[in-house]
Ligand binder design. Sequence first.
Ligand code: TXE
Length: 481
Amino acid sequence: MENIFNYIDGQLVKPVSGNYLDNYNPAEGKVYSLIPDSDKKDVENAIDVAKRAFPDWSGLSITERGNILNKVADFIDRDHEKLALAESIDNGKPLKLAKSVDIPRASANMRFYATAIQHFASEAHIPDDQFINYTTRKPVGVAGCISPWNLPLYLFTWKIAPALAAGNTVVAKPSEITPMTAFLFSKLCIEAGMPKGVLNIIHGLGSKTGQAIIEHPDTPLISFTGGTETGKRIAATAAPMFKKLSLELGGKNPNIIFADCDFDQALSTSVMSSFANQGQICLCGSRIFVERTIYDRFVKEFVDKVENLTVGDPLEETTKMGAVVSEPHMEKVLSYIDLAKKEGGKVEIGGNQIKLEGRCAEGYFIAPTVITGLNHACRTNQEEIFGPVVTIMPFDSEEEVVSYANSTAYGLAATIWTENLKKAHRVADKVKSGIIWVNCWLVRDLRTPFGGMKQSGVGREGGWEALRFFTEPKNICINTK
Ligand code: TXE
């Protein structure tokens, strides 16, 4: 039974309380490691050292900070296999996915901001010859970074990299459900010579450890990714403290398929956008709207493809879908399938837990599930399920499908399939989502603003957006006469 430790002041340390929490392997349904049950004391220790480390870290040149982030990326690349295996075991996702997506993107996040900071310029305005205005963008202090369990190291580094590159120090908390790669990451940071106290990683419960980070007076920057309900609680704590807040929350993303689409491309990509990572990506297209003239054909051919999605042992090469992240999450997803049936939905395929043989007999597996016959306004189509469950609904007009797409409290991502360029621009303009893909899905250019509207979040990550979030602008006007 491996013990995970906190990473504070450059050391791997036990929680002050000496208490630990069970960490499960979701494919086996068994406890396989222990994580620190950290509390306020651990958080205070971490923030104290992060504050002490701030002057030297923010005083380093952008090249020196970039070099350290790149060094960490070198070690992520060196340990790619080990990190991917750890991610697959901890999250339940197929090893193949962890190898091809999660870990390479964690390395890319570090490298992207190691270099972006070298080009992060500011503005100066010289409208006439008497007054010069220039803006500085300086690091703020200790950033609190809190990340979720669906893409553990990928989203953990997505916050840490820009925060550190900008010159802040960091107290970061990964999800207590998937702590392992953050623990391995802390060891890489020690190896890479990350100065003590610059990055501190605390493990523990959101409501205790996470909450302690949010409410501490010396974390002026809070960057959070997770559920919308948690986002509301975090905002309620942080707002009266006037903290700068970045919230990347849930989604209920429409996948709009017009009759004039490239049918085979729309079909195959929609299988991916529905079930990748067991449907546990905030960008997955969980509501599929298909123009009526191709609806029956699409449903039939989509279900045929889903039939071939092998649910199995995440460590097997042939596995297309692994376990969902935890037993409570499996119960949540299954409860939504029951709800869909009660609301009049027809389960075209799946709809049940899958019991595997052997090592994974006690694991948390759900069959990829396709449901038809529901209207856009029912709870199943309004609430985030965050599992391998999609609904398919027909539509007749562009106006109708745009109103369906915009009918939820969320506004994170959307996908549009049409070969008509004018229609693509028109519909993309009308759909209220922060991220829109046309004839593609999950194409991620790290320079682009990433985030959602409405209850999908506040602010944007990515590119300059993240560096502007993690710095404080100050405008200085000089009278030269
Ligand atoms: O996220 P939580 P969960 C959605 C998805 C999922 C739901 C809940 O619908 O079912 O959110 O998932 C920490 N103060 N997404 O329970 O609770 C917590 O420890 C400070 C979408 O995993 O939001 C963890 O580290 N921190 C999302 C992190 O917040 C707190 C991806 C996320 O936990 C806290 C994942 C508090 N009071 C889930 N309470 C996306 N947008 O990608 C919890 N935490």
